[in-house]
Ligand binder design. Sequence first.
Ligand code: AHR
Length: 855
Amino acid sequence: MQFQEIKYFLVLCLLVPVCMAGQQKALIRIDASHEEAKVPSTLHGIFFEEISHAGEGGLYAELIRNRGFEECRIPQGTALQDGFIVPVRTPHFMLPGDKAGDWKMEWPLDKDAYPAWSLKTSNASASCFLTVEEPLNEATPHSMQVNINGVGKEGKADLINEGFWGINAVAGDEYDLSFYMHTDLSYKGDIIASLQSEDGRVLSSFRFKKIQSAGWKKLEATLKPSLSDPKAKFVLTFTAPGKVWVDFVSLFPAKTFKNRRNGLRKDLAELIQDLKPSFIRWPGGCFAEGITIYSAPDWKRTIGPVEQRPGTFSPWGYWTSDGFGYHEYLQFCEDIHADALYVFNAGVSCEYRSGTFAPDDSLHFYIQNALDAIEYAIGPVSSKWGKVRAANGHPAPFPLKYVEVGNEQHGPRYAERYNLFYDAIKKKYPQIIIMASMGIGDVNRNTTEKMRKIDYVDEHAYKPAYWAMNHFDHFDKYKRGDWDMYVGEYATNAGVGQGNMIAALSDAVYIMSMEKNGDLVKMSSYAPLLVNENDVDWPVNLIHFDASRSFARISYYVIKMMNENRASINLSTSVQVFPPAVKKNHFSGGIGLATWDTQSEYRDVEVTSNGQVVYKSNFINKPEEWSLLRGSWKVTGDAGLAQTAEGIQLLALLKNKTFDTYTLKMQARKLGGYNAFIIPFAVKDSNTFMRSHIGSWYNSNSVYEKVTNGYEVADMSVQKKLPLTIMPHTWYRLTLEVGQDTVKTFLNDTLLSVYTGPQTFFSIAGKDQATGDIIIKVVNAGDSPVEAVIQVDGAPYIRHEGLVSALRSESGTEENSFNQPGKFTPVTAAFQQAGAVFEKSFPAYSFSVIRLKTK
Ligand code: AHR
């Protein structure tokens, strides 16, 4: 026996007694002399998109919503029809035969609407309406006209802005107010600007006297509230009869991130800064594409004086005033020492929206626009756009390092466009790294094959809970050498509510799989970054906020820990998990019957356990045994129970019976609809269960799924092709064999699939070559602790004192919140007994990082 083998044998001896005692054990073996892929310092960046009011009413610190009265505008390239905005019906980029798409979007506003503003009178008669008769400038054509017809004693008319679902007025803080106004000759009153509490108390006010002005005039003041109110409102009060026009009302906290004017909300910018992102991808996402090619963003419209920026319609259903424009974005990158990754429109709008595109012969305009953007960021001050940058207050170049040609565009037609952009950019800026976009979820070979040169491909990865555990080798399989990979958008966002510990641990495993493939995956960014809880456009996001509060989800702390403990090179690591001698029943619970967009009938439902029949259905005489929860369930002449309604998540559950290990048999036939049969098992309650779906994906696959929160469905296994097509009105035999940790599904005695549950214990290790530290990352996503032995070979010396940082929770469904923003944050502590072989316990639902000192 070699020394290493003897050591291994001794380690196994350490493990055996505890396994016998019924505990889960693991052995993590690290070979410090065997270095693997380097981990790039660029791995962790962030992705900012204008979604869920991430910028407008979020990171951008402006407090007045709809400040230019422009939110009612119909986006370019669309027309209002019967409550929908309908794009021009020109060909769709991805549809064959020059076909146009049929996408349209609900549009609740009429052309006279002014969201966030209202008029309230007291002992006065007044009205207000939008007008385009005397625009302040072309960018803000609408203004608000207030007609004050009569004012009684102490009477007044208040034009009120509610902010972004409240204005966070903080006692003693200063707020810079500015707005444009003009009056008719009859207006002889003052205008009082105030911040008022939700219940109408004046927190701070300023009286503009003798404001009569025939032409537009800018008024400015500073408001300093005496009391705090997170739901304050802004009010302009008129005290005399006459007509007043108002436009571009801005209220800005003096305290912004780095105290920049027109700057960013401090708490949110600091949370982002604390992640130490190596780059920022901006401005999207679908936002970069636009709902039509005419309404897509153009960086040139986002620079210069804010009141001259016309704003951009976000595909997520609202306008941004572009206060957080290209210049502010580049400034933010510089402020937090991140490189800029600018995504420009490739002359194509979002394929899930109109898919309209600029014709090939106008592409030179888009190419020039991208070159101009680069020149604005890094060109010398003597260049056309470098000069504009200097005039905007920043003569030095900004840290723009990357650009991306469109977002989620793909296919050979996109590849042709990409080649033109690539050549033109590289010719002028060989140092700029160019990202090729890809469709959601994969790297499309039929796209890459048509590209002449590729620096990076941008794979997007939105995955269900545990996907990362089931696909830990995802990146191992990619061929090396053709390109590097950027995972521009990733998140575990199905089967995890609005995010929870299981999402965070799945994200942790996903990041570990990227890190160990650092020779391929050089960059990544979680998506989406920010969500205003008052207008949520996407199910799972990283940082939550409202007008006054913010908190980061557990996934945020995972990313932070990963980045702060990023090794520079991987070390060869293997993990062996030893199941406990006394196994648990993983699928204990009730059973049910279900359908999804399908009508099906079930009969002769029978459960046997240990050779005994423990349940047999009798739908005719004992229908009350079943809870018919959703759908239209009826007992049939065949003594079956049929679900005949249209709809998803239609469910019946057997009442008051739970089983541990058992065989469930039944007959089933499809009556109509798209799919076939769904058999819930391991039912905890009507909102939480596993299910075997036979005939998923339009009756073509079978899959195991997990339902949480009643309606969220996550695939727990790969979708497997059915060996036969399930025909309507034909009876099939279904069998589920539910074991302690394995479930088997049979269709007419043919084994369809076996489910064994995801692996929940993962570890990788690497070395920080600057300090010599060995860094070990461990995820335990299981519901019980794992006692592990860590064996480090090939390190000449390891100090006895190590450091461990851990994030943990009691259950997989917990998450931070506004009330407890720091409930789940990493805790770091020193520990003794580190060495070449040592034991460590990893709690249930935990992510841990161990640092071992080798000097
Ligand atoms: O992150 C949300 C959206 O997901 C992005 O806009 C788009 O790129 C992706 O499909």
